[in-house]
Design a protein around this ligand. Structure first.
Ligand code: GCU
Length: 437
């Protein structure tokens, strides 16, 4: 794998299937079990299931209009995901503060104005803090729309720019912060094409909010919110995905204060577990104007009722990723039929805002077809709100994106992004966020 950062080292160790999904389809030997749990890759064995209906209230009454959706059904579904999957997070911290330590420096050969901001999340500045890197198009005369991408690696690797303050990442082996090794990280987005299209770009290292390994808990933001007597969040309180999503909302808090940024036109992006993160961030925080979730898979946009690739049981198996979710989510491992939610409801929570699900045709572990079916099943909510869903239930081939308000794009290849994905992103973002050029 071409993964260089500390967390990606952890990914390599813990994700044999992630590695397998990067090889060409024909050459792959897909593991038949992961964590001792069988994995199905046979389309004829995905099972039969009934998905939860986004347009039926908990009391069984139908949702027939936008008002009932917005005031009743949407809050019901948010609460289900909050308590049963990702875990409740606190609100905006009273002690949040912003230190703009780089106030606007010409960068990237004059194409950008760079800003760097430390977002303090706690009163005690030695606590978790987000080191935010921002580029705005140098030519911009008005507040710009943004792509905010949550990053697996250090921001010092996010662009080839010597002016970025050197930064550190967590080392899971020593549970300490170490200088970030050089190199393009997994899921890195090229800044310059976005700037040329009239967008600003911002990014931060997800570990600034919470380390991505169970034993890192005490160093993350969640540990700062434990109530007296608690040693871990309650079963319906936040896992790491919820904490990372909360961190994205804290960045939006900053955007609302920056006159160069149009905080009402902010799209969010993340890959893999960070694809799950942006699904939840966008579903929960309606200030975000659009979402691009790359290969979010199980626990993200892929259907859990469909037994294909990773399942909830694999996700929450001991030693894998239970810490990323509310403890309550574990009860659905092996029993997706008992869950009140599935990913179609998560997709629906992003409506009426634009959502692009980007997948890869050999990323079997993430179930690209399961993401498509989830979007199909959320279509009626987009329609009810006057927006354009996928308008088909025929799974498109790789390289044939459907770019409506609800959008789906599958590249030819494995887990993560390939270079052509950014072209699709820019097309999608331009359609919906209308940059001035
Ligand atoms: C593992 C995990 C996935 C996750 C991925 C990633 O493969 O099983 O659910 O999306 O890691 O974050 O890269």
């Amino acid at each position: 794998m071409r993964l260089l950062c500390g967390v990606c080292f952890a990914l390599t160790l813990s994700s044999p299937v992630l590695a397998a999904a990067q090889a060409p389809a024909a050459a792959q030997a897909l593991p038949s079990t992961v964590a001792g749990i069988p994995v199905n890759y046979d389309e004829s064995k995905t099972g039969t299931y009934t998905l939860p209906d986004p347009l039926k209230l908990n009391d069984g009454k139908p949702v027939r209009d936008a008002k009932t959706w917005t005031t009743k059904r949407r809050p019901e579904i948010v609460e289900i995901f909050e308590t049963q999957q990702y875990g409740r997070a606190p609100g905006r911290p009273a002690d949040e503060s912003f230190d703009i330590f780089d106030k606007g420096t010409p960068a990237l050969s004059g194409k950008a104005i760079r800003k760097q901001v430390m977002i303090y999340l706690t009163k005690d500045h030695s606590g978790p803090k987000i080191n935010l890197l921002v580029y705005l198009p140098a030519a911009a005369k008005k507040p710009v729309p943004m792509l905010l991408s949550i990053n697996f690696g250090a921001v010092s690797n996010a662009a080839d720019d010597p002016g970025i303050r050197p930064s550190e990442i967590w080392d899971p082996k020593t549970n300490t912060r170490v200088p970030a090794p050089k190199g393009k990280g997994f899921g890195r987005v090229d800044v310059e094409p976005l700037l040329a299209a009239g967008f600003g770009f911002a990014t931060f290292y997800y570990g600034d909010v919470d380390p991505d390994y169970a034993s890192g808990f005490s160093n993350g933001i969640r540990a700062r919110y434990l109530k007296p007597g608690q040693t871990a969040p309650a079963p319906d309180e936040w896992g790491a995905v919820s904490a990372w999503a909360w961190g994205m909302s804290r960045v939006e808090d900053y955007f609302e204060t920056d006159k160069g940024i149009d905080a009402k036109r902010v799209a969010i992006h993340g890959v893999s577990r960070l694809g799950k993160t942006v699904m939840w961030a966008g579903a929960h925080d309606q200030r975000f104007a659009a979402v691009i979730a790359s290969c979010s898979g199980e626990g993200g946009a892929a259907l859990s009722h469909r037994d294909y690739g990773e399942t909830v049981a694999h996700l929450v198996a001991p030693g894998r990723f239970p810490y990323q979710f509310a403890a309550d989510y574990q009860k659905y491992g092996g029993f997706p039929d008992t869950a009140p939610m599935d990913a179609n409801l998560l997709v629906a929570l992003i409506a009426p805002r634009p959502l692009l699900l980007q997948t890869g045709d050999t990323d079997f572990w993430s179930d690209p077809k399961g993401e498509f079916l989830s979007a199909v099943a959320a279509g009626p909510v987009y329609k009810l709100l006057g927006k354009d869903p996928l308008d088909t239930d025929v799974w498109p081939a790789a390289g044939q994106p459907i770019l409506h308000d609800l959008a789906y794009s599958m590249h030819s290849g494995g887990h993560g992004m390939v270079p052509t994905d950014l072209d699709v992103y820019i097309q999608f973002l331009t359609m919906h966020l209308h940059p001035e050029r």
